[in-house]
Ligand binder design. Structure first.
Ligand code: NAP
Length: 302
């Protein structure tokens, strides 16, 4: 069954991959953006894809954007907010899903695929990011008349990612010793192609309606191991210097005031729970997790 799918946040790193996969499967897409003139070239050339400028936080505009869709995928997310009180995270991660739920109910759209994050929890989440993601999951799954599937990935890798590419950039401009906050935090990076496949496989299968899927790669690593690996892929000789926890926290507090927040107190708090899966639901979905060693060197090499 094909038809039109609207992807909120479809212009981003994960969205582009899901969009590509859906178009190949015969779907037509609608992707709203805040800045239609600055879209990634990969999204501009997608066939059967309507790109439109819209303020999806405005309930009227949101209704117009999703009208006529047989399902909506919500990928909108931020890693940092402008302030520090959590209201920016709530605006993007909770208020928008609430408006989306209401809009879908008003229009009779009965299917939402929602991007959350591993360890999202409205109560136990240690950061505004994880709390707000958890709150959104719960409110969507409690929505009447809508079948929701949520996806909870660890950090996602692939060409154009913000994780390996960011560390590669930092390592290149930091000669010799590389001080690293939260070096012991553990991750199970998951391939963007596998995440996209999980969305596509879940779209029409009623067995997956109402489910929340934890998505991880095949192996767990400490942040220090991942950064050392990044340096090796880039051909850089660097000594990774793990910072003590108290210093990591101070670094985050200082970086809170740097424009763009390369590392924030909220990011620091998110690493207080290891981003690893107890049960990797990629396998539940019949997807063999892709090892990062077969992918990352191809896009990090200069
Ligand atoms: N990347 C990861 O490692 C990772 C791991 C776990 C979970 N996630 C989650 O996966 C989702 C997608 O991540 P990504 O890496 O693809 O992010 P991304 O590249 O930054 O893309 C985010 C998308 O959301 C839209 N967006 C951001 N803030 C918005 C706002 N305030 N209002 C409306 N739209 C907004 C952007 O659209 P425009 O700029 O075009 O308007 C963009 O298309 C997010 O929810 C993220 O939390 C990502």
């Amino acid at each position: 069954m094909t038809g039109r799918i609207t992807i909120l946040g479809g212009s981003g790193f994960v969205g582009r991959r899901i969009a590509n996969r859906l178009v190949s499967a015969g779907y037509s897409l609608r992707i709203p953006t805040r800045d239609v003139d600055n879209l990634h070239p990969d999204i501009r050339v997608l066939p059967d894809t309507e790109l439109l400028q819209a303020d999806i936080h405005d309930p009227e505009a949101l209704l117009n954007v999703i009208a006529g869709s047989r399902a909506v995928i919500n990928l909108v997310g931020i890693l940092n907010e402008k302030g520090r009180d959590g209201s920016g995270f709530r605006h993007a991660h909770v208020d928008l899903p609430r408006k989306l739920l209401q809009a879908c109910q008003a229009l009779g759209i009965r299917r939402i695929l929602h991007m959350s994050a591993l360890n999202a929890d409205p109560v136990k989440g240690p950061s505004h990011y994880l709390k707000s993601k958890g709150e959104a999951e719960d409110l969507l799954h409690a929505g009447e008349g809508i079948s929701v599937t949520s996806f909870r990935p660890s950090v996602i890798f692939g060409p154009g990612d913000d994780f390996f590419n960011r560390f590669a950039g930092l390592l290149r401009i930091t000669p010799g010793l590389f001080p690293l906050a939260c070096a012991d935090a553990r991750f199970a990076p998951v391939y963007v192609g596998d995440v996209a496949e999980a969305f596509v496989r879940s779209l029409n299968d009623s067995a997956y309606f109402g489910k929340r899927f934890d998505l991880c790669g095949p192996r767990e690593y400490s942040l220090a191991e991942l950064v050392r690996y990044t340096a090796r892929c880039c051909g850089l000789q660097r000594i990774i210097l793990p910072l003590p926890d108290a210093v990591s926290r101070i670094q985050a507090a200082v970086f809170d005031f740097i424009p763009g927040k390369p590392f924030s107190t909220d990011n620091y708090l998110s690493t207080k729970i290891d981003s690893i899966c107890k049960c990797n639901d990629l396998r539940t979905l019949g997807i063999l997790p892709t090892a990062l060693e077969g992918v990352v060197p191809n896009y990090l090499r200069i």
